[in-house]
Design a binder for this molecule. Structure first.
Ligand SMILES: Cc1cc2nc3c(=O)[nH]c(=O)nc-3n(C[C@H](O)[C@H](O)[C@H](O)COP(=O)(O)O)c2cc1C
Length: 226
């Protein structure tokens, strides 16, 4: 956990809970680091480009938290630089709950999970929406190619803090592409083994002594005289 993440999320109430449960001392040390926003490094940037979905939480003006899923082709969420994430926001059910929430409070929490590697990553940041007309270069970069969806707007998130979680309790799951690539090597191996098997079987047939009295010997005792 970065110190910035701890500073943002360890509120007075959270700290009280940590004291009650005996984890406060260790966590106090984490929060004691630098107070500037976290920067995305190579590991974070690579991870962001691997996920094909994530969850985004925002807060409504009534104080209710709201969480929604965002999905697309792997890489649709991109690190545009070391402090900015972006993604194309597709047309959906047109409830615009996240969009409306962001009009009053830009703070968001993202949860990225990569199931096959059992890795998860949390990000706290501030989001804003832009249109392709406002930011054509960003739109060009974020618009997924060959993907059937109507892009309504582009979301830009300024990262404030992040936290890597442990893999515990993430059941590994595999995308169809991951299954296909794993099965592909097995299929190639099976094809090779089948070919080898056919060749060995043929060699056995070729090497077998011909049984006396078989048709191959030209035994004509079974022939019916006409
Ligand atoms: C036709 C259609 C119907 C949808 N219905 C739902 C739905 O009932 N519930 C839901 O959570 N998402 C639904 N979705 C997905 C959401 O519309 C999509 O995730 C959208 O980004 C939600 O944003 P919001 O919840 O922030 O308003 C639907 C998408 C489409 C295209």
């Amino acid at each position: 956990m970065t110190s910035r993440y701890a500073q943002l999320l360890f509120t007075e109430e959270v700290r009280r809970q940590q004291r009650q449960h005996g984890s406060r001392t260790a966590y106090a040390r984490m929060a004691a680091g630098p107070q500037h926003a976290d920067r995305l490094g190579a590991r974070e940037t690579a991870f962001v480009s691997m996920v094909d979905s994530f969850f985004i939480a925002s807060t409504s003006s009534t104080g209710w938290p709201y969480v929604q899923h965002r999905g697309g082709p792997a890489g649709f969420l991109q690190a545009l630089d070391d402090s900015t994430l972006g993604f194309a926001d597709f047309r959906g059910n047109r409830q615009y709950i996240t969009t409306g929430n962001l009009d009053v409070d830009s703070r968001v929490s993202l949860l990225l999970i990569h199931y096959s590697s059992q890795a998860r990553f949390k990000i706290a940041g501030r989001a804003r929406y832009v249109t392709a007309e406002q930011c054509p270069d960003i739109a060009e970069k974020l618009r997924p190619r060959d993907y059937r969806a109507i892009v309504e707007r582009f979301a830009l998130i300024t990262v404030e803090a992040y936290d890597w979680n442990c893999p515990q309790h993430i059941a590994p799951r595999y995308t169809p592409e991951e299954v296909r690539s794993a099965v592909e090597s097995l299929e190639q191996r099976i094809a090779l083994l089948e070919q080898e098997n056919d060749e060995l079987r043929q060699r056995l047939v070729d090497a077998a002594p011909t049984a006396p009295g078989s048709d191959d010997e030209g035994d004509d005792r079974c022939h019916i005289a006409r």
